[in-house]
Design a protein around this ligand. Structure first.
Ligand SMILES: C[S@@+](CC[C@H](N)C(=O)[O-])C[C@H]1O[C@@H](n2cnc3c(N)ncnc32)[C@H](O)[C@@H]1O
Length: 257
């Protein structure tokens, strides 16, 4: 279902558990967290449409499309804080297409999809035979959307909200323990791009890093580019081109240490 038109301003959902504790009088935080996840599932179902209209029609994903009320709703009328997970970003589309087209790259490997959003790259990796596919996103709503998308597509993805990009300053599992790291469309902000570049310098050589990006200027002109080798390029479909202000294609790069 998609397009529930509500004028009420719902609580911002990544604070949903706190809201339930405070307003529903439930002081068992475990139960509040379970209720909040169930509540988020309902809201995601209500406010998105299941879509295959992208570069990987193998996958059906809960997305906010032009047919959804939230596509044109004001921020204050949205129940979600910045629902990045509800859009399938061009870089993520290219990376996920690459995984489906090159299953040998991930088969039998452990993969970590950082900034997973809707979960597509981790889901594709799981479907083509990765031994473990972790979909990491610091957004708690994305965690729920990833679980829903994974279930919908019959994948076995492990959602994870650790902040790997702060490792080792903030404790998280060691990212170098994975065979492959994916990053789909993570280069949309200059400071964040620099942070990722510095972070990638600490990743061991034995970990393969694959990046998807539509060639945003910020990314193309960053010194990181000198450490990347292009491995694939895909034309976006018409809908994605329109939704992304005329971007026409997106590519996949491999980090060469
Ligand atoms: C532009 S979206 C890309 C989503 C997905 N990879 C795709 O291409 O469709 C960036 C995602 O990164 C997540 N993110 C931002 N900072 C992060 C961090 N430090 N660790 C993990 N995820 C993060 C956001 O919540 C968002 O879902």
């Amino acid at each position: 279902m998609c397009g529930l038109d509500t004028e009420q301003t719902a609580p911002r959902l990544n604070r949903c558990t706190a809201f339930i504790v405070q307003h529903w009088g439930i002081d068992d935080t475990g139960m509040a967290a379970a209720l909040s996840k169930a509540f988020l599932r309902c809201l995601i179902r209500e406010h998105t449409q299941l879509s295959r209209d992208h570069l990987t029609p193998e996958l059906m994903l809960h997305l906010i499309t032009p047919a959804c009320h939230l596509w044109s709703a004001k921020f204050e009328n949205s129940p979600f804080d910045d629902p990045f997970w509800a859009f399938y970003w061009p870089g993520g589309q290219a990376l996920t297409r690459y995984i489906f087209d090159n299953p040998h790259v991930v088969r039998g490997k452990t993969v970590l999809d950082i900034g997973s959003g809707c979960g597509s790259s981790a889901i594709a990796a799981s479907l083509v035979g990765a031994s473990k596919a972790v979909a990491n996103d610091i957004d708690a709503v994305a965690e729920v959307a990833i679980s829903m998308n994974s279930e919908k597509n019959g994948a076995s993805v492990i959602p994870d909200t650790s902040n790997y990009l702060m490792f080792p300053t903030v404790p998280s599992p060691d990212p170098s323990r994975f065979d492959i790291i994916f990053m789909g469309d993570m280069f949309y902000d200059p400071d964040f791009t620099q942070l990722i570049d510095d972070w990638l310098a600490g990743i061991g050589r034995e970990t393969m890093v694959l990046i998807g990006d539509p060639g945003r200027l910020l990314f193309m002109e960053h010194p990181l580019m000198s450490k990347l080798k292009p491995v694939a390029r895909y034309s976006l479909n018409k809908t994605s081109q329109l939704e992304n202000n005329g971007l026409t294609d997106a590519s996949v790069w491999r980090l060469i240490m």
